[in-house]
Design a binder for this molecule. Structure first.
Ligand code: UDP
Ligand code: MG
Length: 316
C-alpha cells in the first residue's frame, strides 16, 4: 500500500527540513506501507524550492511540484491531490502544526474501513485570541446557513482513501473551499482530536483580512443564504411601510393634512438606499463567483516538477 503525504508550502524554508525529518522518522517506523512525499511549492520566494530539490536528490520518495506563482493553499492542496497515485493520501501543513506522529492512528482508521480520517483541534493554543474568537463565530454562522456541516476546529489535516481523493479532485471549481468540499463529498469519516501547537518555525501566512476574505469565500461557496437575506429584508421593509401607510391615511383623515416631516422622509430614504446597496452587493458577490468560474481558468500552473507525467491543470 502506498501513502502520499501532500504538503503545501509557501515560504517554509525555515521549517521544511524539520518537517521532512519528522515525517520521515514516522514513515520509517511504519511497516507494510510505502510513503511518498509530495511537496507543493506555492510560489515561495525564500528558497523553499531549493530545499525540496535537495531532499528529492537524497530521497527518491520526495516529489515536488512548483507553481509559477503563489496560487494559495487551496490550489496547492488540489495540485497535490491531483498528482497523487497512492492508495491513501494525507494532507499536512509544513509547519509541524499537523503532527506526522498521528499518521499511524490514521492508518488504523483506514484499516477499519473508513474512507477518511479527519482531525479536529481540541484546543487553539497555537492561534492568537482574536483569531480564535472570530473563527468560532464563523463556524457557528456557516453551520447554521450552509447545506454541509463543517465542524469547528476541523482542519485540512486528514487522510483519505483513493475513492474519496478522486471525488475531491472531481470537484474542480476554481474558488476552492476544501473544508466544505471534504464534507460535501461525504464518505465515512473517523474523527481524531489533537492538541494544537504553535508552528515550529517561520510565520503564519494568514492576515486578518486574508482570513476574512477566506470566510466570505467559504460562505458564498457553500450557502445561498445571503441571497435570501435580500428577500427577507425586502419583505420586512415592505410590510412595515405598508403599516406606516395605513397609519398616515388614518391620521390624515382624522387630523387633516399637516406639513410632512423632512426628517422621517430622509431617514427612510437613506435606510432603503442602504438596503438596496447591501442586496446589490450580495448579488454582486455571487455574480463575481459565476464570472470567475465561467472563465474556467486553471486552478494552478506548474512551472517545474519531478513528477512523471504531471497532471497539470490546463485541460480542466
Ligand atoms: N500555504 C500555502 N500557500 C499559501 C499560504 C499557506 O501553501 O498561500 C501553506 C503553508 O506553507 C503551510 C500551510 O499552508 O504549510 C498552512 O499555512 P499557515 O501555517 O501559514 O496557516 P495557519 O497554520 O496559521 O492556519
Ligand atoms: Mg500553521
Amino acid at each position: 500500500m502506498l501513502v502520499d503525504l501532500i504538503v503545501p508550502c509557501y515560504n517554509e524554508s525555515a521549517v521544511l527540513k524539520m518537517f521532512y525529518d519528522e515525517a520521515k522518522r514516522v514513515a520509517d517506523g511504519i511497516d507494510n506501507y510505502d510513503f511518498n512525499f509530495i511537496f507543493v511549492n506555492d510560489g515561495s520566494t525564500d528558497g523553499t524550492l531549493d530545499i525540496m530539490k535537495e531532499l528529492a536528490e537524497k530521497d527518491s520518495r520526495v516529489k515536488y511540484i512548483s507553481f509559477s506563482r503563489n496560487f494559495g493553499k487551496e490550489s496547492a492542496m488540489y495540485a497535490g491531490l491531483k498528482n497523487s497515485t497512492g492508495d491513501y493520501t494525507a494532507i499536512l501543513d509544513a509547519d509541524l502544526q499537523h503532527p506526522p506522529a498521528l499518521i499511524p492512528q490514521m492508518l488504523e482508521a483506514m484499516e477499519e474501513g473508513y474512507d477518511c480520517c479527519a482531525t479536529n483541534r481540541a484546543t487553539r493554543d497555537g492561534d492568537p485570541f482574536l483569531r480564535t474568537f472570530f473563527t468560532r463565530r464563523f463556524y457557528s454562522f456557516i453551520n447554521r446557513i450552509s447545506e454541509v456541516s463543517m465542524p469547528d476546529g476541523a482542519g485540512d489535516f486528514r487522510m483519505m482513501s483513493r475513492k474519496m481523493t478522486d471525488a475531491v479532485v472531481a470537484l474542480s471549481e476554481v474558488q476552492r473551499f476544501s473544508k466544505g468540499i471534504f464534507s460535501w463529498v461525504g464518505f465515512n469519516t473517523k474523527w481524531l482530536s489533537f492538541n494544537d501547537v504553535e508552528r515550529a518555525a517561520g510565520e503564519t501566512k494568514w492576515s486578518f483580512w486574508g482570513l476574512l476574505k477566506y470566510a466570505i469565500a467559504g460562505i458564498t461557496a457553500f450557502s445561498t443564504f445571503p441571497l435570501k437575506v435580500a428577500i427577507y429584508l425586502g419583505s420586512i421593509i415592505s410590510a412595515s411601510s405598508f403599516i406606516y401607510l395605513i397609519y398616515i391615511v388614518i391620521k390624515t383623515l382624522v387630523h387633516g393634512r399637516d406639513f410632512p416631516g423632512y426628517a422621517s422622509i430622509i431617514t427612510i430614504l437613506l435606510f432603503l438606499g442602504g438596503c438596496i446597496m447591501l442586496c446589490c452587493g450580495i448579488m454582486g458577490e455571487y455574480i463575481a463567483k459565476i464570472y470567475i468560474e465561467v472563465k474556467n481558468r486553471p486552478v494552478y500552473i506548474i512551472a517545474e516538477t519531478n513528477v512523471d507525467k504531471p497532471q497539470n491543470d490546463y485541460g480542466r
